[in-house]
Design a protein around this ligand. Structure first.
Ligand code: AMP
Ligand code: MG
Length: 339
């Protein structure tokens, strides 16, 4: 077996520890989720406390599950950003300590790059050798259409206001559904007839704030919750499918990847696959255990970085292993990519 990497994810409400091999085998992918108090969004400090409390056990569980002893670890990776400062610092501190204790290198991973790389890996496992997919990355904190160009992932389209996951979670919270709202809204939407809601696409960008306001108003005015949920899904996901298709057309790409927590939504995945089929393109949706934030994607990207000289040697860890709250995807070098 080649290199073994332990990856720590802690950008927001989820804490993850993954163990992945150089061959791309996921040996463990353990998670713990912080739940905000009812009616509230994520409280960063509380989430960070949750992560520090859970990390020791989660790390142990991941190593046990992987059947890996600490001395077999060749590399540690962590989410360097973007994310919430207090949460990022918990993961970074733990990763630094672990790498220094084991005297192994440390890979500082861009969280968004990791969502794409895990998607390319799972596509490959399905027999799709994606070279440069147009990626729709949709999560609680991000909504972007990205593709590789000149050694970086470039953002070809994004939300002009709320990320789609955040929009759905906010709607859910306001109408009294449990957190995270995505799965709840999906469940209710299956039983509804979509109501019409504002559709806002500008070129390859989208905007969700008008949709959110209109959905909340429709519910207050007595529309059935199921129908509002169906309306949110049909409208928001059509917008996302349209901008992904536009980016694919502009880039002349016939590879489409759907990743991030909202990729777990079957309706969205269905729309993306239908669009790809109409274009004669191949599409892949990341399996749901690897779609939301997780440690395995960080570990896998850490391996890619290490093999391309982007890990930090032990002696430089105390100085270089920082966190970057606003680390944009197009700031991260991707020397392994073709495009
Ligand atoms: P991430 O930030 O990548 O971990 O993704 C978390 C986001 O994914 C949250 O906003 C969830 O509500 C959302 N999510 C999870 N499952 C689903 C689903 N089945 N449908 C829509 N959104 C989902
Ligand atoms: Mg994420």
């Amino acid at each position: 077996m080649g290199l073994i990497c332990v990856g720590i994810e802690s950008t927001a409400e989820k804490l993850g520890v993954g163990v992945v091999t150089e061959e791309g085998e996921v040996l463990a992918n353990e998670k713990a989720q912080y739940t905000p108090p009812p009616g509230s969004g994520i409280l960063p400090r509380e989430a960070a406390e949750h992560h520090s409390r859970e990390l020791p056990d989660l790390l142990q569980r991941a190593l046990d599950k992987a059947g890996v002893e600490p001395e077999e670890i060749d590399l540690v990776a962590y989410s360097q950003g973007p994310g919430l400062g207090p949460c990022l610092r918990v993961g970074a501190t733990a990763a630094r300590t672990l790498a220094l204790a084991l005297e192994v290198p440390l890979a500082p991973v861009n969280h968004c790059v990791a969502h794409v790389e895990i998607g390319k890996l799972t596509a490959r496992k399905e027999g799709l050798e994606f070279e440069n997919p147009v990626t729709l990355y949709v999560s609680g904190g991000n909504t972007q259409v990205i593709a590789l160009k000149s050694g970086r992932y470039r953002v070809f389209g994004e939300t002009l206001d709320l990320p789609v996951g955040n929009m759905i979670d906010t709607f859910a919270r306001e109408v009294g559904l449990p957190h995270p709202g995505g799965p709840e809204v999906e469940r209710l939407a299956r039983k509804g007839e979509p109501i019409e809601l504002p559709y806002a696409v500008r070129g390859t960008d989208v905007s969700f704030s008008g949709l959110l306001t209109a959905a909340l108003r429709a519910y207050e005015e007595g529309e059935r919750l199921e129908d509002v949920c169906a309306g949110i899904q049909e409208t928001a996901f059509s917008m996302l499918t349209e901008v992904t298709e536009r980016a694919a057309a502009q880039l002349g790409s016939d590879e489409i990847l759907l990743t991030g927590g909202v990729a777990a939504n079957q309706r969205l995945s269905e729309m993306i696959h239908e669009m790809a089929e109409e274009r004669g393109a191949e599409a892949h949706t990341v399996p749901s255990d690897l779609a939301g934030d997780n440690g395995a994607m960080i570990a896998w990207t850490g391996i890619l970085m290490h093999k391309h000289g982007l890990s930090i040697p032990p002696e430089e860890i105390p100085k270089k292993a920082t966190v970057r709250q606003r680390y944009r995807v197009d700031e991260a070098p991707v020397p392994w990519g073709k495009g």
